[in-house]
Structures are given as C-alpha cells and as structure tokens.
Design a protein around this ligand. Sequence first.
Ligand code: F6P
Length: 739
Amino acid sequence: MRRAPRGILLIGLVLVGLAAFLAALVPLTNGVIEQWARRDVELRSELVVNSIRDRVEREMADRPEALGAFFERLTGDERILALGLCDPAGRMRVATARMPTGVDCRLEGSSLTPRFVRTRLAGERVLVGVFPIAGSNPASLVVLHELAFVADRIGEARWYLALLGFALLVGVGGVGTVLVLASQRRDMRALLTGLHELRAARPDRRPLMDPATREESREIRGLLRDFRETMRREDGSPVEWSPSTLQDLLEKELPDAEVFVVSNREPYIHNRVGDRIVVQRPASGLVSALEPVMRACGGVWVAHGSGSADRETVDAEDHVAVPPGKPAYRLRRVWISDEEQEGYYYGLANEGLWPLCHLAYVRPIFREADWQHYVAVNQRFADAVVREATRPDPVIMVQDYHFALLPRMIREQLPKATILTFWHIPWPNAEAFGICPWKEEIIAGLLGSTVLGFHTQAHCNNFFETVDRFMESRIDRDHRSVVFGGEETMVRPYPISIEWPPAALASQQPVEVCRAAVRERFGLPAEMRIGVGIERFDYTKGILDRLQAIDELLTRQPEWKGRFTFLQIVAPTRSKLASYTALQAEAIRITEEVNARHGREGYQPIHLVIRHHEPDEVYELFRAADVCVVSSLHDGMNLVAKEFVAARDDEQGALVLSRFAGASSELSEALIINPYDVQGMAEALGRALVMREDEQRERMRLMRAHVRERNVYRWAGQILLDASRLRKRQRVQEFEAAD
Ligand code: F6P
C-alpha cells in the first residue's frame, strides 16, 4: 500500500473509533445528567424548606389554616408542584390544590434526614421530598417537585454532545487528511515514521504530533477544561476556591475591571498608643471576610478612617497601602466629624437599622437628624468612590446597612458601574421593616445595585415581600430580580464565609500547646474542660442567655462544678449606646452571680474578659476549647462559628450553634439550639462536654469540609460571576440599542 491511502485508512479507523466512543458516551451522559438534575432538585427542595421552616414551625401549632395560602403562593415558584404539612401520624393536614391523595409522608423512625422518592403524578415525573419539621409535635413537610425538565436537559446535553462529536470528527478528519496530503507532497517522513513506529509498538523518540495539531489539541483541552469549570461553578459542586481561582476569574470574566470595596469599618486601624503607632485588626465579620478577597484581587477599599493615628498614616490623597509590610491593595480613608458619626453610625445605622433588622427585641429609634447625617455621609462616600474611579464602569462592592443609599447615589454618577451590594445582617419581614420612616428611600437606594446579596434565601424572600408591599416595581421571581424605574437588580443569596486556610492558623502551635498556654493564662488545672464564646459585646449575640445556660448546667448537673469553665471573650463595641452599656452591666452582674453561686476557692465557672483580641489570640482560644458556643438571638451568618471549625485541624471540639444564626443552615452537624430555651441550651452544653471523640471527629470533619469548600473566595467568586454575566448582558443590550 502506498503511504497516502494507508494514511487515509488509518484516519478512517480513528474516526470510526471516535464515533463509537461518542455513541457509548450517550447513555453515560444520560445517567450523569439525571443524577445531577435530581441532586439539583433535592437541593432546591431543601432550600425551599429551610427558608420556610421557621414560619411553618411557628404557625403549625397556632394558625395552620394560614399555611394553606402561604403554600399556594410558593407553588408558583421553582418548579414546585405541591406542598403539604403532615402530622406525626402521617396524615396530611394542610396541602395545596395539586397535592395528590395517598402521598406517604411518614418519617423513617426518628430520622432527621429528608427522604426523597421519584414517582409519577398524572403522567408527569415528580420527586417527592419528605422533610422532618421540629416543634412541640414533630411533623413533616412534603414537597412535590416536577422532573420533566430533566428530559429537556438530557435532550440539550445530547444535542451538545452530537455537536461536539461532529466538530471532533470534522476536526480530526480534516487535520488528518491535510497531514497525509502534506506528507505525500512534502514527504513528512518524520511524522509518518513516528506513526509507523507507534503501530509497531516501538519506543518513540520523536514527537507524534506536529506543532499545529498539538496546539489545536491544547486548545480543545483548554475549552473542555473551561466548560467543565463553568459547569462546576454553576451547579455549585466542589471547586477548590482559592485566591488564585478568584484572580483567574477576575482576569477571565472581568478583564481590566477596577475593583472597589466600600464599607464603614476599615480593615486596618492605626491607633496612637503613647508615642507609638499600633495597627489594629477590628473585630468584624465583614472585615474578616472581605480582607482576604481584597488581598487576592487588589483594588481600592474605601472606608471610614476611625483610628487616632489614621490621618498621620495616609498620603495626600488619603491613601495607605495595606496590609502593612506586605501591601496588596490601597485603603482610601474617608473622614467623618464626631457629630456625623453620632447621627450616621450610632444613630441611624446602629440605633435604627440594626435593631430593626435583628429581631432581638430592642426597640429601633429613628430620628430625623440622624437620617440627615446618614444621607450626607452616604453622599460623601459615593463622591469619594466616583473620584477614585478612573473608568466609567468599575466594579463596586458596597457593604452593609451603613450604606443603603450609596448604590443609587453611585449609579447616578456612574451609570455603567457594576454595583454589588451585600447586606451582612438579616432582612426582616415586610411588616417589621414597614415601621422605618424612610423605608422607600432605603429600598430605592438599594435598588440602584446591579446585584443585591443576602446570606440566605429567607432574607431574599423577606426583601421581595418588602419591595412588593411598599414600592411600585416588578418582581421577576423566575430571574430572582426586581425591576424598579426601568432598571433591574438581581437579588440572590450568597452565604458569606472565611478564607481557607485561615491566615491566623499558620502561626498556631499544636492544640496541646495552645491548651496548656490558655490553662496557664487563666489558672486552670490540667483536667478542666473549657468552653469558649468569642464575639463583639452585642445584644444580638445572646450572651446573657448563654451565661444563664451555664448557670442552669451547673445547677442541674453539679458534677461539672470544678470541672468546667467558660471563657467569655467580648470585644467592646458601640459602647456609647444605652442598649450596649445596659448589656455590659447585665453580663457582669450575671457572671458575678453565677460565680458566687457555683464557684469556690480556686474555681471560677465563668471568666468574662472584656477586651479586643487579635486573630492569633482568638485562634489559640478556639484550639484550646472543648466546646464553642454561638447563641445569637438573630444573626445574618456568624463567622465565629466557621472560624472555630477552621481552627480545629485536630478534628476535635464541639460547636453549640443557634438556629437563628445563618450559619446553622450550613453547619448542620453542630448541636443546634434555640437560645431562648435556656434549659435546652444547658442540655446541649452538657451533651457537648461528654461527646465521644469519634463523634466529634465525624461532625467536625463534615463541617470543615463544608467551610473549606464554601470559603470566602467562593462567596466573592459567585457574586463576581453573576456580575460578569450581567455586564455581558448589558453590553449585548447596548449593541441592540445602537442598531
Ligand atoms: O454583622 C454586621 C456587621 O457589619 C459585621 O459585618 C461586623 O461584624 C459588625 O457588624 C461590625 O460592627 P462595627 O463595625 O459597628 O463594630
């Protein structure tokens, strides 16, 4: 046989083999997509149940009839066909119209995990999810989810596979033919000899592919890798999110973007102590989350310069490069007068919006003068950002309730900016938010954002409900967005997290060494069990309830006296406000009382330490502890819970976590408590103290895997990905408008 026909034959064989391989992939793809879609549906059902669980548990005892209408509204959404509530005997008590009779809603034994069954309803494929619901009388919620879309997904995947197969066949065939013809013409003996050698299974010393083919295959591999990457990011399954993933994402998805973060609290505070300048890292969840993101992305962080030496450390443009000694981004400080600080920060933000959004039963206070300062300071920050921007379309990440008006103020000056606002605290229901005298202005301000993020779906739902109640707007639940004044704002949950691995962990000693150091510092004997609580001294954190739970534990289980100590570490915060000073006084009083009641010479049940602790000290305490208690009465997320888990690379230690902290919907392996139930909290503490090591390990492993995977780079990545999608869509709309 001559070389060219032999080459053509070889290409033919390769093409047939490739076609057979692709055909064999089809059933495999069906299986994978089906599994993936099913998991997707299960997650959606869980999401829906988690976001309505509180309300259902509240109302099922008192007003079960009100749940009917509520369920009907939900079934318009997210491919949910029917919803129902069953009593403990498995009888359907409340159900929407399309709920078929005879659905088996019994729970399996005392199982706390949901049960899923696939079935058919009027010829339609559906998934039935049965979820346990707590309460005085444990019951179950039933969610019927349609599965018809799975067939569409499989169809789409087949179509893409066919397209890919066709492209591959044409590509391989074309390239092969060109090579064979070229070899015939120019006698590419090296290449053909290489192929020949391969056939004869001899070790090959020459490259099998010519540079062009190699380049092409690299490109195909790159495309496939990108495709897989996008799929993984989109369906949320594990991607190792790290600073470099985030940098890659910025480079690819938002090339040349100028990135800004705006927050009230600054990441580094310069304070004068005597004749020295000391840098302090504030006790702030927001800062712990955003700082690693800025270290990864670079850019400018605009914040209030609140330190006593802040003015001495900036340049003429009010900039300072941070982190000190290892600069990665610029901090632009904005100055606020004492009077403005009283009105904007202490007044409107912390006496008004903070208690308004946290249901901790502290009455919000709204003063007209505070509002005026709030407007003025928001405007000053907006102007500062606009002055810093060197392009018309920066990416601006606005943080928290201090800056509800900022998104619209920036939008008015930079209409092409991508404004990503994140609300770090809960958003209450419409009725609760409705008491705010400036609710319309605040909502309109937030709707100047391109994307508005909350920690949980429940907070997004509350926001939609509030907009619906008070604003002339269109809510598009399919796209999860609000159209207001002709502009669309996407409203999504982005559960915030921490960096992984945490920087503070790098300098830590082994757990035993940390434990010995902490014992020595507090004068504790070697066998003493240690509990910790570490946070800002805030009434939302449930500190008083926690101290009472310790009292309850020592009363009901006196065997712990002399064997268990609780280290309550609190960073002073907002101490000018009456609600905070009252809390501090009360915490000191209860501590003294408990210590007098249960303590004795050489044994102090509670150590209340009121001072700021730097991250290194916090991590050492976490590593020394047998149990960490987070008992927030209401909390957007609570990063202390995640930091405790991250600190325990020995996979030991138990976490007692409030169900009213956003973190509880992620860290379900913690001992979940209701902080209003002091006895329940005491029982959980007792249970944590006797938890076997293997159980601790199992729980800790799962929680650590979750925090590692869903770290803060993923949080920022998801927001930036959504932003890039919207930017692209905006560009297409601009093209269309120009045509
Ligand atoms: O929880 C909201 C929040 O802004 C957090 O991000 C942060 O931990 C805390 O409040 C900051 O409080 P402040 O800056 O008032 O001390």
